[in-house]
Design a protein around this ligand. Structure first.
Ligand SMILES: Nc1ncnc2c1ncn2[C@@H]1O[C@H](COP(=O)(O)OP(=O)(O)OP(=O)(O)O)[C@@H](O)[C@H]1O
Length: 299
C-alpha cells in the first residue's frame, strides 16, 4: 500500500487555483523533498495531506486512509510552517498533553515527551515556557512534537528555516537517523540540504507537479560537477576539452563547472582530471558524480 496517494488533487481559494490536478504516489522509505518557488502550493499540499483543509476536487489518501481519519492517529504527524506553542505551558507539559491525545497514559506520556525532547537536544529546557526559548529552540520543540509516538510519516514544512547552521545540521542528522522507521517529506528552499538528505525530489510550480527527480540517478548520468579553488576558466575549459571522452564543459557558477563525458569508465575521467590538475598545479575543491539538484531542476 502506498504511503501517500493523490489523484487529480486540486485546491482553489476563491478564484485562486493553488494546486492543479496533482498526481503523486509515494512509498515508505528515504526522505522525500518537496521543492518549489514561493506560492507554488507546497503548504497547500501539506495542509491537504494533514486534513487541515479539504480538496476542491480529486482524491488523497495516506496509508490507505483519508486525511484526518481516526486510523491515522499517531501514525502521521506534521510540523506546520507557522507552528506555534502554547505560551502558558512549559515545554514538557505541552508535549505530555499531545502524547496523551495520542493515547499514552499520563506517566508514559511524560516519558515520551522527554524522549522526543532529548532527540532534539532540548531535555534541559523541558521546564521552560515558550517565551524564554529562542526561535530556533521553539522550532526544535515543534519538531519534537511531530516525533511523538514515532509516526510512520512525518511532514516537515521548512524544518531548518531560521535555525543556525549547527542546529540545522543536528536536525538533518536526526532525520537521517530516524529514516529507517519514519518516512519524512520535507519542504525546503535549501537545495543543498535536500540534496544531502533526500532520495527523491518533487518539484511544484504554480500548483502543478512539474518534475519528480530521483537523486540516485546521478550515478548513471554522464556528468561530473567540478568545483575549483581558484582558476582561470578559459584555460581550464581548454585543457579539459583536450582530455579523452569529454563532450563539453561549461562554467555554471563562479569556479563551478559542469562536465559532460561519454565514458563508461568514470574513474578514468577522474584520474585524467587529477593528473591535469597536478601537471598545471591547479587546486580543486570537489569532483562530484552527476549534477547538483539545482542543475537538475533548473537547467
Ligand atoms: N488561505 C488562503 N486564501 C487565499 N489564497 C491562499 C491561501 N493560502 C494560500 N493561498 C494562495 O495559494 C497559493 C499557494 O500558496 P502556498 O502557501 O501553498 O504556497 P507555498 O509553496 O507554500 O509558498 P511559500 O514557499 O511562500 O511558503 C499562493 O498563490 C497563495 O497566495
Amino acid at each position: 500500500m502506498s504511503l501517500i496517494n493523490c489523484k487529480g488533487l486540486s485546491k482553489s481559494y476563491g478564484n485562486k487555483q493553488a494546486l492543479k490536478q496533482v498526481d503523486i504516489t509515494l512509498d515508505a522509505g528515504r526522505p522525500i523533498a518537496l521543492v518549489g518557488p514561493n506560492g507554488a502550493g507546497k503548504t497547500t499540499l501539506f495542509s491537504l495531506l494533514c486534513g487541515y483543509i479539504t480538496p476542491t476536487s480529486g482524491e488523497v489518501s495516506l496509508l490507505g486512509h483519508k486525511p484526518g481519519s481516526p486510523e491515522l492517529l499517531g501514525r502521521i504527524a506534521s510540523l506546520p510552517q507557522d507552528a506555534a506553542l502554547d505560551p502558558n505551558l512549559d515545554v514538557v507539559t505541552q508535549l505530555t498533553f499531545f502524547a496523551t491525545l495520542q493515547g499514552y497514559a499520563k506517566k508514559e506520556a511524560k516519558a515520551e515527551a522527554l524522549r522526543v525532547l532529548s532527540l532534539v537536544d532540548l531535555a534541559d529546557s523541558a521546564q521552560q515556557k515558550p517565551k524564554s526559548l529562542s526561535h530556533g529552540m521553539s522550532k526544535r520543540v515543534s519538531i519534537a512534537q511531530a516525533l511523538i509516538g514515532s509516526p510512520e510519516l512525518v511532514l516537515l514544512d521548512e524544518p531548518t528555516a531560521g535555525l543556525d547552521p549547527a542546529n540545522a545540521k543536528k536536525i538533518r542528522e536526526l532525520v537521517k537517523a530516524l529514516s529507517d522507521k519514519t518516512t519524512f517529506v520535507i519542504s525546503s528552499h535549501n537545495l543543498d540540504e535536500l540534496e544531502k538528505l533526500c532520495d527523491q525530489v518533487l518539484y511544484l510550480e504554480q500548483g502543478l507537479l512539474s518534475q519528480s527527480v530521483s537523486m540516485n540517478e546521478s550515478q548513471h548520468e554522464d556528468y561530473l560537477t567540478l568545483t575549483m579553488q581558484q582558476c582561470e576558466p578559459s584555460s581550464l575549459i581548454e585543457a579539459v576539452l583536450d582530455l579523452a571522452d569529454i563532450t563539453s564543459i561549461e562554467e555554471r557558477q563562479s569556479n563551478q563547472f559542469l562536465i559532460k563525458h561519454n565514458s563508461e569508465e568514470i574513474y578514468a575521467i577522474e584520474m585524467a582530471l587529477l593528473s591535469l590538475f597536478k601537471q598545471r598545479n591547479w587546486q580543486y575543491k570537489a569532483i562530484l558524480k552527476g549534477r547538483t539538484l539545482e542543475e537538475k531542476l533548473f537547467s
